[in-house]
Design a protein around this ligand. Structure first.
Ligand SMILES: [Zn+2]
Length: 75
């Protein structure tokens, strides 16, 4: 039940995005969520321990890139 509610929210969000995008002649591009919170956007390193859940920070050990972990997932 819990998962179906979460899935419905994402389905609804996607529907809204598609509708709004069409209204301004834009496209919605779907991206696989796999490793989005672990992959560094600067150097491409995928490392689970770069993300610190308790402090909501992402810190790449390879290139020292830092940002909020939720922001990283969205990027
Ligand atoms: Zn990096």
């Amino acid at each position: 039940m819990r998962n179906s509610h979460r899935s419905w929210s994402f389905f609804q969000l996607e529907s809204f995005l598609m509708y709004k995008a069409q209204a301004i002649q834009s496209a919605v591009v779907k991206v696989s969520p796999a490793f989005t919170s672990q992959r560094c956007p600067k150097c491409g390193l995928v490392e689970k321990t770069n993300r610190h859940h308790d402090t909501h920070k992402y810190w790449c050990k390879q290139c020292q890139y830092r940002c909020n972990d939720d922001r990283l997932g969205a990027m």
